[in-house]
Design a protein around this ligand. Structure first.
Ligand SMILES: Cc1cc2nc3c(=O)[nH]c(=O)nc-3n(C[C@H](O)[C@H](O)[C@H](O)COP(=O)(O)O)c2cc1C
Length: 201
């Protein structure tokens, strides 16, 4: 059975630094023989979480929109690569709004106890965070990591790796970065190799 990798771009800037880095990662994935899909959050229709807490009783979100469809797709993928540029020291509004909508899955896991991922399932499902930032600060991605961790934890993915490149302002864009695009491609290939091995193990 083919490995399925879902790329999710949370940048509102089409074909900018972050989506370009995601695309390169997905090229590596494809060249390694996996099946690839890419979703651009900006093109979807979904609203932020209303905080009504209805899902705490039902495990179902009262809002039926593209966010729910995308969560179903995430849950049926072997690997999810989530991309966002750093906006005001965190992820974009598009991605945070989407991640907050996972609350119904959180409720199933921790309140209703109807959703459970075994350690083996988590080991076989890899999450990758892809990001770019304007500043060269070493800690510029630190505000994003906990949110991405929460996404992967709730959806049953191991937080496998980061593909991150800072200092975009100085480089004048991702295409001028000396290593980021090659690293992204190699990491895409590598994660598929690992997942293929795990599937046959
Ligand atoms: C609204 C906004 C906020 C930003 N905030 C930050 C920030 O806090 N720290 C930083 O290093 N870069 C920041 N940047 C720069 C972007 O992270 C950087 O240019 C990134 O590579 C853009 O990726 P994109 O081409 O996918 O949009 C910001 C850019 C925008 C548009």
């Amino acid at each position: 059975m083919a490995i399925t990798v879902l790329g999710i771009s949370g940048s509102p800037h089409r074909h900018g630094n972050t989506e370009t880095l995601l695309d390169r990662f997905l090229e590596g994935v494809q060249d390694a023989g996996a099946s690839v899909d890419k979703i651009v959050l900006k093109t979807l229709r979904y609203s932020p979480c209303r905080g009504c807490n209805a899902c705490h009783n039902t495990g179902v979100c009262i809002v039926s929109d593209d966010a729910i469809t995308l969560y179903e797709r995430i849950l049926s993928s072997d690997c999810v690569a989530v991309a966002s540029p750093i906006y005001t020291m965190g992820i974009t509004a598009e991605l945070k709004g989407f991640i907050d909508r996972q609350q119904y899955l959180w409720a199933r896991k921790f309140i209703l106890k109807t959703l459970y991922f075994s350690d083996d399932h988590i080991r076989r499902h890899k999450g990758v965070f892809i990001s770019t930032a304007g500043l060269g600060w070493e800690n510029v991605f630190d505000g994003a990591f906990p949110v991405i961790t929460a996404l992967f934890n709730t959806t049953g993915f191991e937080y496998y790796d980061n593909v991150i490149a800072n200092d975009m302002d100085r480089y004048g864009g991702i295409k001028n970065h000396p290593t980021a695009l090659t690293d992204a491609y190699e990491k895409g290939k590598k994660v598929v190799g690992i997942l293929m091995h795990l599937k046959t193990a």
